[in-house]
Design a protein around this ligand. Structure first.
Ligand SMILES: *[C@@H]1O[C@H](CO)[C@@H](O)[C@H](O)[C@H]1NC(C)=O
Ligand SMILES: *[C@@H]1O[C@H](CO)[C@@H](O)[C@H](O)[C@H]1NC(C)=O
Ligand SMILES: *[C@@H]1O[C@H](CO)[C@@H](O)[C@H](O)[C@H]1NC(C)=O
Ligand SMILES: *[C@@H]1O[C@H](CO)[C@@H](O)[C@H](O)[C@H]1NC(C)=O
Length: 205
């Protein structure tokens, strides 16, 4: 498919709502936090397996995100979206530390800057996925956008292949508080890698 750089950026221009970010990687520490539902989309890629759940601490909800993207490399084996990192903020206290959660991420690419909800927390998402290309290079998931509890829709950088599917169901209370990715594990230099294929998020009170 031809590479049309997409610049559908609602979120990029928002100023960080938190001052002097102190980021702590949750890295599974809070994975037993209670959630009341999980939200998913139906157009995730077919490869890989569900990995592990990473949750924000109690009273924290995701307010921003960044993605690990492999830049388009022409003839090489492209994987596009490799990881998604959520930035969790304590409710009613933007001066507390920021915790990040990311589940499993692929090995390729660079982390983008953070795209924030102007106010409120992440509550629903859409995933942009390239359908299987047969003998051609597959990339699976390319980009993601979120709806915030304030109604704003935010989208940071992403890959140009594929199409957005429908919206996930939404968190009806609280907001997104955790993530689990479906990853196609790295094979080797001769097999078509796709990295991140699908993702689900968790909703907490
Ligand atoms: C925590 O980080 C280590 C090293 O980065 C990684 O190997 C491990 O899978 C992570 N665990 C979780 C639960 O995120
Ligand atoms: C979420 O996954 C379930 C189970 O696979 C499916 O029935 C449902 O349609 C999915 N939700 C959306 C919004 O795609
Ligand atoms: C946060 O603030 C809102 C509005 O002031 C309040 O209703 C709510 O109980 C607070 N939540 C927590 C967990 O402190
Ligand atoms: C917000 O969090 C900071 C850092 O943990 C803490 O010092 C402060 O007391 C908290 N403020 C409120 C209103 O809870």
């Amino acid at each position: 498919m031809q590479a049309i750089p997409i610049l559908l950026l609602v979120g990029l221009t928002y100023v960080s709502p938190v001052s002097g970010i102190r980021e702590i990687h949750a890295n599974g520490t809070f994975s037993n936090r209670k959630y009341y539902s999980s939200i998913n989309v139906s157009n995730g890629g077919p490869w890989g397996t569900w990995t592990w759940i990473d949750m924000c601490p109690e009273h924290f909800y995701a307010m921003g995100y960044s993605v690990k993207m492999e830049e388009y490399g022409g003839a090489s084996d492209d994987t596009a979206l490799n990881g998604i990192r959520l930035f969790c903020i304590k409710i009613n206290n933007t001066s507390s530390a920021v915790f990040t959660v990311e589940s499993d991420s692929g090995k390729f690419g660079q982390w983008s800057g953070i795209t924030w909800c102007p106010t409120g927390f992440l509550t629903a998402f859409q995933l942009k996925v390239e359908v299987p290309q047969g003998i051609l290079d597959d990339t699976a998931a390319n980009s993601i956008k979120f709806r915030c509890s304030s109604g704003a829709i935010i989208e940071g950088t992403g890959g140009s292949f594929g199409d957005y599917g429908g919206w996930s169901n939404a968190c009806t209370r609280g907001g997104i508080c955790g993530i689990e990715t479906k990853q196609d594990p790295y094979h080797n230099a001769f097999i078509d890698d796709t990295a991140l294929n699908d993702v689900r998020f968790f909703c907490c009170d």
